[in-house]
Write a protein that binds this ligand. Structure first.
Ligand SMILES: C[S@@+](CC[C@H](N)C(=O)[O-])C[C@H]1O[C@@H](n2cnc3c(N)ncnc32)[C@H](O)[C@@H]1O
Length: 332
């Protein structure tokens, strides 16, 4: 079994650079348990196994060496469960952490609980199994082995466009995972409100913004207030040293800008510069995370030359920078 090297737009064989001018379009064939291929171009709820492997790798290694058994991980925007299941396949000790997953979409949570996934076969040839744009060689084999270890083939689906196989996750991979409907705006109180080692909210920030905002150079207004609130609450909810993990998709993390409307000095070097959109050197979300006290400790490479910070650490107690005390005017 092979894991395909399909990029995030679902187009086999192209690089991020080549597809950049287009909007990212994700196939949703792994999204719904029973739905027909007619929904495959809806990407709102899309996720896939081992998505942005570099980020997952950094997060998993960091958590394993930092937090003890019994620590809780919150996985927001969990979609149909692929993210949490991928994490669990990657942890050396699968039962070390409790992974509490939330998504606002009721249907996604139902599907996550059912744990059945469709995998396209015919359209890309018999051997393709999963989307994965950044795993290579040895990693591909390891991921495919893990998938085979934890999933049972449960049937075939045929429709007008492509044939897919169904796989069902084994119970042993779900023992420490719980799925529930929930919104990141309640991240301060969900799951009893105890401190957690990590909060994942990948490729979903843009759901909180108007499209105009994701395309604009300034994130202002209601969207900014909502995102700032989430960042504040996440910071408070995390243990010292805990991590906030975000996505690397264009709308979520990089923040596009209309090239014509943005001063040259705010734009990153070459990425996407040959089209109407450009990439900001620092995005409003990055500024908000840094402003709250997070430090980036993990990056995901988009293109060959552009690294997006995706893993953000809350400082340990001893690492918090002390700001100089304000001088009391009366005492001067
Ligand atoms: C594109 S999917 C990303 C799924 C997964 N995190 C990934 O990166 O592959 C976005 C998901 O975010 C969910 N979502 C949107 N706003 C949310 C919110 N405020 N709280 C929790 N989930 C949310 C959507 O229902 C959808 O399933």
């Amino acid at each position: 079994m092979k894991i395909s090297r399909i990029n995030s737009s679902g187009v086999y064989g192209q690089t991020h650079k080549q597809i950049a001018p287009k909007d990212p379009v994700s196939f949703g064939i792994y999204v719904r348990g029973e739905e027909s291929a007619s929904r495959k171009f809806q990407h709102k709820y899309t996720s896939w196994f081992f998505r942005d492997l570099a980020t997952l790798d950094i997060a998993v290694n960091y958590l394993e060496k930092t937090f003890p058994k019994g620590t809780t991980i919150l996985d927001y925007a969990c979609s149909n469960g692929q993210e949490a299941l991928s994490l669990n396949m990657m942890f050396k000790d699968r039962n070390k952490y409790l992974i509490q997953c939330y998504d606002t979409d009721e249907k996604s949570i139902e599907d996550a609980k059912r744990g059945e996934y469709n995998v396209a076969t015919e359209i890309f040839g018999e051997e393709f199994l999963l989307y994965n744009n950044d795993a290579t060689g040895k990693q591909q084999k390891e991921l495919a082995n893990k998938f085979e270890q934890f999933f049972d083939k449960s049937g075939d689906i045929f429709d007008h466009h492509l044939s897919t196989k169904k796989f069902k996750v084994k119970d042993s991979l779900k023992d420490n995972i719980n799925f529930e409907q929930g919104d990141i705006k309640n991240v301060d109180s969900a799951a009893c409100g105890q401190k957690v080692g990590a909060i994942f909210f990948r490729n979903a920030f843009y759901h909180m913004l108007e499209r105009a905002e994701t395309m604009g150079y300034k994130c202002t207004g209601e969207g900014k207030t909502k995102i700032k609130d989430v960042i504040d609450k996440a910071y408070t909810r995390l243990e010292p040293g805990g991590i906030f993990v975000m996505g690397n998709c264009l709308e979520d993390s990089i923040f596009r800008a209309n090239s014509a409307a943005v001063p040259e000095s705010h734009l990153a070097t070459t990425v996407l510069r040959d089209c109407r959109v450009s990439i900001l050197k620092k995005t409003p979300i990055q500024e908000m995370l840094e402003g709250r006290g997070f430090t980036p400790i993990g990056y995901s490479t988009v293109n060959d030359d552009f690294a997006v910070p995706t893993v953000w650490k809350k400082p340990f107690k001893g690492e918090i920078k002390k700001t100089a005390p304000l001088k009391n005017k009366a005492a001067v």
